[in-house]
Design a protein around this ligand. Structure first.
Ligand code: ADP
Ligand code: MG
Length: 322
């Protein structure tokens, strides 16, 4: 069953005299228990997508159309009070700088307790402390963090507190937006393996936004490749990362020569992201694509099915499915 079903989602940031089409007609269905990596260059709309799901975008500054169905209910149409009841409890997100949300004047333990009690006010103090300490263990933090203030922790420790916080209610849907990027490789690996255990225990679904292909390869079942607000390719990790079919994914993979090796700049793809305040009629990747044909400048490609569950939005491929 799809836990999250995004249909024709568009998000545009409005500024004085232009719009930035940050998410452009994205449709994506994520099943319960899936772990989905979202990759793509910086500026591709990945964080905007996460913020739209969590309704963190300001209504005044953005224009949002489409549907985001979570367990059958459209999050975008849900009454805000109803939405607040499920935010953090059923769907949680951690950003790279989530720790900025912590109060500097309260101890870590008491902040986590207060946050937990918003949804479960009746829990006994000792039981709650045990819950928090077990989460600390999961993210490799020692018990003493409970009695420390945020300024007494390093950036990496604070980031781990934010991850612990996101897991406090064991949400069915967890979104990590570059949340483990700044952590050292060992800690990142350990946290991801604990999260993967949780996924099996409670059938948690995870969306992992990252620029690090090795994280996707090692911890996700599926991958979504985004470019300039659009989905270029979707499929199982072993298909998309090992046999990428979209020229953009192929370029991304060339920028990461080995899945476990050193990170390199995006040397595989020449040029820059297009101006996202203009909608062009052809394929958005055409100006940078080494396989560009005449049709690419005129007609936006639909998603072509390479095989079941593996889709690629490129004119080079098979027959259209929609
Ligand atoms: N608050 C904002 N106002 C205007 N434009 C924004 C804002 N936030 C992001 N953008 C633009 O939206 C596009 C997508 O950004 P983002 O979702 O942050 O991409 P990613 O997370 O993939 O790096 C970029 O062109 C970015 O400049
Ligand atoms: Mg981002």
């Amino acid at each position: 069953m799809a836990v999250l079903d995004i249909k024709n989602l568009n998000v545009a940031y409005k500024s004085r005299n232009e719009k930035v089409f940050a998410v452009d007609n994205v449709s994506l269905s994520i099943s319960e228990g899936d772990s989905v990596g979202i990759v793509g260059e910086s500026g591709s709309g990945k964080s905007t997508l996460a913020m739209a799901i969590l309704r963190l975008l300001s209504e005044n500054d953005t224009e949002i159309t489409g549907e985001i169905d979570f367990k059958g209910k459209d999050l975008l149409k849900m009454d805000i009070n109803e939405f607040n009841k499920i935010r953090w409890k059923e769907l949680a997100v951690v950003f790279q700088k989530s720790m900025n949300a912590l109060s500097p004047i309260h101890k870590i333990g008491s902040q986590l307790e207060d946050i937990y009690r918003v949804h479960e006010p009746k829990i006994a103090k000792q039981k709650l402390k045990e819950k928090i300490l077990s989460l600390f263990k999961l993210v490799n933090l020692s018990d003493r963090v409970y009695n420390l203030y945020p300024h007494e922790l390093s950036g990496g420790m604070l980031q781990r507190v934010s991850i612990a916080l996101s897991l406090i209610h064991k949400p069915p849907l967890l979104i990590l937006d570059e949340a483990t990027t700044a952590l050292d490789v060992v800690t990142q690996g350990q946290i991801l393996s604990e999260i993967q255990k949780l996924e099996q225990d409670i059938k948690m679904t995870r969306i992992m936004i990252t620029h690090d292909m090795s994280v996707v390869a090692n911890s996700c079942k599926k991958v979504v490749v985004m470019y300039a607000g659009k989905i270029m390719e979707v499929g199982n990790v072993e298909d998309v990362l090992i046999k990428p079919t979209h020229p953009y994914t192929q370029g991304l993979m060339k920028s990461f020569p080995t899945l476990k090796g050193e990170k390199k700049e995006l040397s595989g793809i020449k040029g820059f992201l297009p101006n996202m305040s203009e909608k062009n009629k052809g394929c958005i990747f055409a100006p940078r694509c080494s396989f560009v044909q005449e049709v690419c400048h005129k007609v936006a490609p639909k998603e072509f099915e390479i095989k079941s569950g593996h889709l690629s939005a490129c004119h080079l491929h098979g027959s259209e499915i929609n």
